[in-house]
Design a protein around this ligand. Structure first.
Ligand code: TRP
Ligand code: SF4
Length: 400
């Protein structure tokens, strides 16, 4: 089928905080060693909610990309780019919109939720309703296999799969597909060809999933097939269609348990966050003034970590022995709160040293990030153009 690509995007919100790092970026860094990864700045998506303050978007893009690089995203391994610089995102969004039922979009849970949450803005727009379809286009444009996202985004990935399935169903019937598939079967060699046909019949006539899996395996092992023939045979195995777009899966990022400085979830809008590249003095001050278990009014009062946001930080940053030390010391009033906070401060500062180090060359020379993004846009665009060639053709727009 398609190579196992990973695609994910982030809206440009400016400098990222430790919640973004532990919640998403750390995971991206891990994935880039395993798969071809495409990470992009979702600036079109930012406009769906902030179309009336465009200046904010431009300023935020570069800051955010520097944070990606600071986290360890490697532009040699991953392709980094800007959504709006690959105009095929807009084109695929438009073409998918032709065959996406309105009800599918109205039913996406974030649609009504966000409209209520962001009630200070007028979100009764065409663009806002289309937000998840634009996201589907982002993903399908690269025929992604996996999309690392948080739980709140899962309905969008579900929609993406439905849109893709419907698209393949509507447009995946290339003329002469049946004949082409039969020709391709012959290229498997007689023994494999017979096995393939048997497995296909078992799946199609009896719905035998095991046969489907075996058939796919057989194709995977058939080195001599061209990419086109292989794709054709994958499609033929399941039905009589060609797969134009992939059906991607969400890779659920474990919910970040990073607490903000007030114990609520760390979030820029709550004003309780520590930026990835915050100055050390400011980090120290923020943690030192963080509220603790309200029962510990005096140093001699015993406390309970379960009622203290600082404990949540220990869960992210501290090893077992340190956590034991906190539990015992807190419950027996053996340690003071400032003493308890120090190992967390040390760990955050240590982690941030790497961020500052990695970011420095990009701060010294702003041109570097621009050129990384320009290269990434070129690479992404090549792939996007391949997909669009197929999409245009099957939708009857392939004039040559
Ligand atoms: N909607 C996503 C968010 O708010 C951002 C996004 C846009 C995205 N396009 C995407 C994420 C494609 C994954 C894949 O977090
Ligand atoms: Fe919180 Fe640590 Fe103070 Fe206990 S000792 S209340 S865990 S900061």
């Amino acid at each position: 089928m398609f190579p196992e690509r990973v695609v994910s995007g982030m809206r440009p919100t400016g400098a990222l905080h430790l919640g973004h790092y532990h919640g998403a970026l750390k995971n991206w860094v891990r994935l880039q060693a395993e798969y071809p990864c495409f990470f992009f700045v979702a600036d079109f998506h930012a406009l769906t909610t902030h179309y009336d303050s465009p200046n904010v978007i431009g300023e935020n893009v570069w800051e955010m990309v520097i944070d990606w690089l600071a986290a360890g995203i490697d532009p040699q391994q991953s392709t980094l780019f800007l959504q709006s610089r690959v105009p095929e995102h807009a084109e695929l969004h438009l073409l998918l919109s032709m065959c996406t039922p309105l009800g599918w979009l109205e039913r996406v849970p974030t649609y009504k939720d966000q409209q209520e949450k962001l009630s200070d803005r007028d979100l009764a727009t065409y663009g806002f309703l289309g937000y998840p379809l634009l996201q589907a286009a982002d993903i399908l444009l690269y025929r992604a296999a996996f999309v690392p996202v948080g739980e709140d985004q899962v309905p969008h990935i579900e929609l993406t799969r439905e849109v893709s399935r419907r698209f393949n169903h509507l447009f995946g019937k290339e003329p002469g597909f049946e004949d082409n598939a039969k020709q391709a079967i012959k290229k498997l060699g007689s023994k494999r060809a017979r096995l393939y046909s048997e497995l296909r019949a078992r799946y199609q006539e009896q719905g035998d999933e095991e046969a489907l899996a075996q058939g796919r395996e057989l194709l995977e092992d058939s080195q001599s097939l061209s990419l086109g023939d292989r794709e054709r045979l994958y499609g033929y195995l399941e039905g009589s269609r060609k797969l134009i777009l992939s059906e991607p899966q969400a890779l659920l990022t474990e919910a970040s348990r990073m607490p903000g400085m007030d114990g609520q979830k760390m979030s820029k809008s709550y004003n309780n966050s520590i930026a990835m590249r915050e100055a050390p003095e400011s980090v120290t001050r923020k943690v030192r003034t963080m509220p603790t278990d309200p029962a510990r009014v005096r140093r001699t009062d015993a406390g309970d970590p379960a009622r203290c946001p600082v404990w949540q930080l220990h869960l992210v940053y501290s090893d077992g022995p340190t956590q034991d030390w906190v539990e015992k010391g807190c419950k027996s009033a053996g340690i003071g709160c400032l003493e308890c906070k120090q190992p967390v401060i040390d760990k955050i500062l240590l982690e941030q040293e790497r961020f500052h180090e990695r970011a420095q060359p990009y701060l010294d020379d702003p041109q570097l990030v621009r050129s990384i993004m320009a290269d990434g846009c070129d690479r992404a665009r090549k792939l996007a153009q391949e997909t669009m060639r197929d999409v245009r053709e099957v939708m009857g727009l392939g004039y040559d």
